[in-house]
Structures are given as C-alpha cells and as structure tokens.
Design a binder for this molecule. Sequence first.
Ligand SMILES: [Zn+2]
Length: 266
Amino acid sequence: MGSPELKSVGDTSFPTECLSAVCEQHGPYEQKITKILTATFKSPCPVCNAEANERREREELERKAWERKRNLDYRLGSSAIPKRFVDKSFDGYKATSVGQKRALKVCREYVDYFDDHYKAGRCLMMVGRPGTGKTHLSAAIANAVMRLGDWTAVYRPLGNILHSIRDTYGNEATKTEGQIIAALVSADLLIIDEIGASKEKPSDFELAVIFAIVNGRYEDMKPTLIVSNLPPKELPGAMGERCVDRMRENGGIVLGFDWESSRGDV
Ligand SMILES: [Zn+2]
C-alpha cells in the first residue's frame, strides 16, 4: 500500500555516509547518516542503543510478570475456594496409608496431565468416607491448575449452587438462573463438592440443576470434578444416572477414599 521508496533506515539503496560522532557517555563511534527523501536519519550510539533495547525488554518482562500475577490473583479470587482450603496444596496432604498415597498420586497426576484431561473433558469423581481429605485434595487441584497456566477453576458446594439458583427466583435477584449456570459451565475446571450431602433423595429441581451444569460442561468437553461422601454405587441416586454416565465417559476417573477419617489428628 505504502510508497515503495520507503524502506527501512540502513537500507543500502538510500544514500548513506559514515561520519565519526561522539557519545557523551561512551565516546566516539561511527555514525551512519541516511537521507530518505527530505529527511536525514542519524544512527545512535550503539552502546546507548543496546542499553535502551535491554531496558525496554526488561520492562516488557516485568510488565508481563505483573500481568500474570494480577491475572492469577483474579482467578484465585474468583475461584470461590473456601478460606479454610485456599492455601491447600499437595504438599500439605498427609499421606501415610496406601489409600492416601494413591489418592495423592492420582490427584497430582490429574494436574500434571491437565492439558490432556482438559482436551478430553476428562472428569474426576472423588468419593468415599468423610474426613479423608477429599476437599483438601480438590482445592489443591484447583490451586495447582490455576498456577499452571491461564486456567480458571471454580469450587462450589452443591448446596451453595442450589441456593444461588433459588435466589434468582426472588424479586430482588440480580442474576438469572441461566447466568449462574453459564458461569459454572464456562470455568475450565469446576469442582462441585458435597454431592449427596443431604442424605435425602434429591428433588427434581436439584437433579435438573446438576444435570444442566454437568451436561453443559459435557457438551463443551470441559472437565468436572465432583466430591461426595457417598460410596460410588450411590452416586447415580444423588446426582442422576445420566450425569454419572457423562462423567465416566472418555476415561472419567473414580477415586475412592475408603479409609478411616483423619479429622482430629491433623
Ligand atoms: Zn552512548
């Protein structure tokens, strides 16, 4: 589009002459003077020039690091991980028994291969006895995944999701049911804790909400992590058979926590 004569400075097709010049800081240097049309370009001191480039690169790296940090802070802040679990990591998980070591290994590997799991929409179901560190490990997964790249992870107990959806039916609602479900579907990793915690048979409303979320994520091929104190065979009753089917698809992982509670000795 531009004029073909406008080539970069230093192009030999423009008349260039070299004169000696002096930098106040670095002394004499050979200065190239190039004339393009009516303009004259004088090359700067090479040392000053290199220093300026270096400074620009350093500032760019600092800016990027700051942006990454701000972005991570934002994602950590939006993850809704409860205060008690916000700093949970794999290192803080006490793994002495065979089951605990296995659980820790599976969770670490879920993070190590998260890229693959994400592409496959591979889900993880952490099920079994209360007090065995399921929420700790699920929060550790979320924390690690968010630090891995630009992933977003959201943690919500099921009761909390149901509550915020019921709130949308009130007159003072600021959000719609659709907006809440869309936000939960859009997270790269969603953790739904306390599935089947009520001990009662879930209502049609509860099942419909769980299905909307799990199925929405399934259709978008996004991994969902659920945490439940129920044994695996009771999961379909608590969240619906179709949801469990979708979660098991594509190599969905069922991780059992079948040892005694360790609450109280940590
Ligand atoms: Zn200089």
